[in-house]
Design a protein around this ligand. Structure first.
Ligand code: HEC
Length: 115
């Protein structure tokens, strides 16, 4: 019985794996890195005088979460997309004319690829 279950589970996994891989391939982290450099790095680069990095340095001063977004491993694509579309405290929202849904998905894929 256990054998049949294991065999079935393996088969189901084998059948579903290509689907999940295909879903991941619809985003392009390499393009996301370029979009990040254009649209996010002016505020979020790992450098001095970047307002996003500065604000997050203060926000996480008592924890061990790094301020530069590219060093984070705790962000989810859904959180990143929500912050970018709605804004958060001192970060203004970005419109679809500033960053398309597809570019935003690529940035989110880039920022979460080390998770
Ligand atoms: C004009 C400056 C500016 C730009 C451009 C900007 N941000 Fe931000 N961002 C901020 C600031 C400031 C904060 C801190 C908000 C706060 O006080 O919590 C922030 C916060 C965030 C957070 C929340 C992090 C956390 O720990 O809660 C995410 C995610 C984020 N930004 C993603 C992005 C992405 C992705 C882009 C590019 C598409 C971007 N931001 C562009 C200024 C900016």
């Amino acid at each position: 019985m256990t054998r049949i279950f294991t065999a079935t589970a393996t088969l189901v996994t084998a059948l579903l794996l290509p689907l999940s891989t295909a879903a991941q391939q619809s985003t392009d982290p390499e393009n996301g890195k370029m979009v990040f450099n254009d649209l996010c790095a002016p505020c979020h680069a790992d450098k001095a005088a970047r307002p996003g990095t500065q604000a997050l340095t203060i926000k996480y001063r008592n924890g061990n979460i790094p301020a530069p977004l590219e060093k984070r491993t705790d962000l989810s694509p859904a959180y990143i997309e929500t912050v970018v579309r709605n804004g958060l405290f001192s970060m203004a929202p970005l419109r679809k004319t500033e960053i398309t849904d597809s570019q935003l998905a690529d940035v989110a894929a880039y920022l979460t690829q080390k998770n």
